[in-house]
Write a protein that binds this ligand. Structure first.
Ligand SMILES: Nc1nc2c(ncn2[C@@H]2O[C@H](COP(=O)(O)OP(=O)(O)OP(=O)(O)O)[C@@H](O)[C@H]2O)c(=O)[nH]1
Ligand SMILES: [Mg+2]
Length: 476
């Protein structure tokens, strides 16, 4: 069955200098040719359009820009003035014939061109379908396809660096090196099964075990460790600021995002809605939410705000629990702590400016709060904020010294497959030490290889593909 030809607007919606439409598939060149009028040297555009048929663009050189007009072939009306490039198969993103049309980026102009293309027989591309075709044609593996979306979504230099490394195949190569080592071992083990008398001496169990540890176990563990310590640089953190009314949640929010984002007043109950903002701390992308003060209330608006706050706490990766240094703790503070003590939490002691010159000041928090990391700050005077940021980073990545170079950051899907592969390899090692039959070893090694295959996508399930490509935007 011949592949369909797909088309989409590849640039984000809205007015702008240039908007790009992409077409990919066997009919891409024919379809674009039916609506593109090439403006040749000296000819007035309108004469060209009136007197000639659309230009056959199959004679165009690949990867060159051509100037002309998109014209409705039925009405001969000019839709836009454009540049057009043909990228002939297999030297294209999808390895199919691809045509890119650079038009003016107005929503109406781009939609009108897309409509003409669809009328000529293309269909609208699904999200990520261009990249999916690049993967299905074998031009890129699954980790590189995933890296494309990471590049699009990267909010920090670290995330971008990891994604660009991944798109060039760094993770793929690391995984394939491990897989090759396992395949070599498997060949030896299987030879041992088929010709036991010949290889008994060549394959002493200890040597095999050492090879496995060095070439397989250690590299897998390293990749898992990279995920653990560095994935927040790509995936980011969800932070939520909680506490009873008036402790300074919104003041802290404004301090962290360095703008007047949330209303601050001396009245308890000022914030009623969830207020979200993005920032980055030491290269980690962060979404932060300021919330309504948690307390018992009959006010219907506050009640909704508190419900939203509680939902946000459930999905947060880190909770900043604020108390007021200048007040003794109240039942309300205790209730909030007790309800969320199982959460990953930092205790933020605010309004330190009110007590720091009081020689008798002593913060009294109950003994069972002692295990939580604490930051003492004044959100009003923006003091102690750097210390709080250090704690946030430490909480997310552990010891900052362990951070490597962001060169490879596996994602959760890779990490899960690596864990399963590791387990199979460990089982093989145990089997070796117990001198289990080679057949059993081979099963474990094959299991480990299968897991690595799911990372690069040699044998991915339709479910995995759907999950990956549905995260893309249309036009990529
Ligand atoms: N002295 C002092 N006052 C502060 C500090 N942080 C906040 N405040 C004051 O405390 C009051 C409440 O601050 P907000 O930031 O609105 O507190 P909130 O927790 O968001 O309050 P709600 O939204 O009502 O729950 C305001 O008058 C702030 O100026 C601080 O570090 N020191
Ligand atoms: Mg507030």
């Amino acid at each position: 069955m011949e592949a369909s030809t797909i088309a989409a607007i590849a640039t984000p919606p809205g007015a702008g200098g240039i908007g790009i439409i992409k077409i990919s598939g066997p009919k891409a060149i024919g379809i674009a040719g039916a609506i593109f009028y090439h403006r040749t040297n000296g000819a007035a555009a309108c004469d060209n359009i009136k007197n000639k048929d659309a230009h056959s663009i199959s004679s165009f050189k690949t990867h060159r820009l051509y100037y002309g007009h998109i014209v409705n072939p039925d009405t001969r009306k000019v839709v836009d003035e454009v540049l057009l490039a043909v990228m002939k198969a297999p030297r294209s993103y999808t390895r199919e014939d691809v045509v890119e049309i650079q038009a003016h980026s107005g929503p109406a102009a781009l939609r009108a061109i897309l409509a003409l293309i669809l009328r000529q027989g293309a269909r609208i591309a699904e999200p990520g379908e261009f990249t999916k075709r690049a993967y299905l044609s074998g031009r890129i593996d699954l980790t590189q396809a995933e890296a494309v979306i990471d590049i699009i979504n990267a909010r920090t230099d670290a995330a971008l660096q990891a994604a660009t490394n991944q798109v060039t195949g760094k993770l793929k190569t690391a995984v394939e090196d491990i897989k090759n080592a396992l395949t070599d071992l498997l060949v030896q083990i299987e030879a041992g099964i088929d010709f036991p008398e010949d290889v008994a001496d060549i394959l002493p169990a200890q040597q095999v075990a050492q090879k496995i540890r060095l070439l397989v176990l250690k590299p897998i563990e390293d990749l898992i460790e990279r995920y653990r310590t560095e994935h927040v640089y790509r995936d980011g953190l969800n932070l939520v600021i909680i506490g009873k009314p008036n402790v300074g949640k919104s003041s802290l929010m404004n301090c962290l995002v360095q703008k007047d984002r949330a209303i601050v007043t001396a009245n308890p109950g000022t914030t009623r809605d969830l207020i979200e903002e993005g920032l980055q701390i030491q290269g980690i992308p962060i979404n932060i939410a300021d919330t309504a003060g948690l307390h018992e209330t009959d006010d219907p608006i506050e009640t909704i705000g508190i419900r939203k706050a509680r939902q946000s706490i459930e999905s947060a990766s880190l909770v900043l629990f604020i108390i007021n240094a200048a007040e003794t703790l109240t039942t309300n503070d205790h209730q909030i702590y007790d309800k969320y003590s199982d959460k990953n939490m930092i205790l933020v002691i605010n309004k330190m400016d009110l007590v720091e010159h009081d020689p008798s000041f002593q913060l009294k928090t109950p003994g069972h709060w002692n295990g939580i990391p604490q930051a003492q700050i004044s959100a009003l005077y923006a003091t102690g904020i750097d210390g709080l940021k250090e704690l946030i980073v430490k909480n997310a990545v552990g010891d900052i010294e362990n951070i490597l170079d962001h060169s490879i950051i596996p994602n959760l899907r890779h990490e899960q497959a690596l864990e399963k592969s590791l387990l199979a390899v460990q089982t093989a090692l145990t089997g070796l030490s117990q001198s289990l039959p080679a057949e059993l070893l081979a099963i474990d090694i094959k299991g480990a290889i299968d897991q690595l295959d799911t990372i690069v996508g040699t044998k991915p399930s339709a479910d995995i593909l759907d999950r990956i490509f549905s995260k893309f935007c249309i036009g990529k």
